[in-house]
Design a protein around this ligand. Sequence first.
Ligand SMILES: Cc1cc2nc3c(=O)[nH]c(=O)nc-3n(C[C@H](O)[C@H](O)[C@H](O)COP(=O)(O)OP(=O)(O)OC[C@H]3O[C@@H](n4cnc5c(N)ncnc54)[C@H](O)[C@@H]3O)c2cc1C
Ligand code: FES
Length: 270
Amino acid sequence: MAAKFYIGEVLENEEIQEDCFLMKIKTAPSFQNPLPGQFVMIRIAGLADPFLSRPVSIYSFTRNENYCSIELLYRVVGKGTQIMAGLIEGSMVEINGPLGNGFDTQSAKENIVIISGGIGIAPLSMLTETLRRTHPSSNMIIYKGFQSVSEVVGLEKLQKLCRNIRVCTDDGTLGEKGFVTQVFQKDLKKFSQEFTSIYACGPAPMLKALATILNKTKFRCQVSLEERMACGVGACMGCAVAIKDKDGALSYRRVCADGPVFNLQDIIWE
Ligand SMILES: Cc1cc2nc3c(=O)[nH]c(=O)nc-3n(C[C@H](O)[C@H](O)[C@H](O)COP(=O)(O)OP(=O)(O)OC[C@H]3O[C@@H](n4cnc5c(N)ncnc54)[C@H](O)[C@@H]3O)c2cc1C
Ligand code: FES
């Protein structure tokens, strides 16, 4: 995959929820329009450590004549995201992107189901925006799960795009109590397998639970995986996942270059 490196300037980097930040970056107008589900590898410009480049989904993207503006919604979990959180207005970053395949929106059917766990809301927000534009007459429902009310982010933006959102928390502090996959499963019979497209992103246990629910059905479900990455551009195999190929045989795919979006039914969970 050709590297697409850009220098970006941080315009804003606001802590919108404890340990969760919204970063706005200005970059060159030559940055390609991203598909929903694509991501950037981001690192601090000039930082000596070459391994401190981190994958973050594109949360929103706009352009004008002079520059492109990229928003990243990220949670601080370790060294790389901690460094990102410390960036102030005017800091310079290196971004490589847009990377990955992104969600296929062209095949979306008349019923659209979006299932999101935690920070998985980041790529799914851009997906929701895109589907609203490309499939305005589709029925859309979003299942949005968080661990607790203190972790809720990005909900207001989604509420402007979709009237039908089922919010749940693991501890019951907001919306229904339970895992987002359980709440979705209760509704499963309402959806026609033929006329429904499902999209999901969230932690691996959530996606694994979704696979258990959907693998015996004919629902088509695309999921974005958030594996740990090293190079981010297909060179190291550090992000490989086991997939069933067309003949049902096991093969390995790189999340960064072949994904991060895969058909849920193709993934082999350990
Ligand atoms: C395609 C893609 C898109 C992503 N989009 C976003 C996004 O929009 N917003 C966001 O907040 N995060 C996103 N992530 C996850 C993000 O890349 C990781 O949280 C980040 O790389 C962690 O770096 P760190 O140096 O802060 O943590 P590390 O110091 O590397 O790790 C800290 C802790 O987090 C765990 N961890 C690290 N990376 C992951 C991971 N990918 N999955 C599960 N656990 C992990 C480690 O095991 C460790 O326990 C995305 C990941 C991928 C692959
Ligand atoms: S992270 Fe190196 S191949 Fe994907």
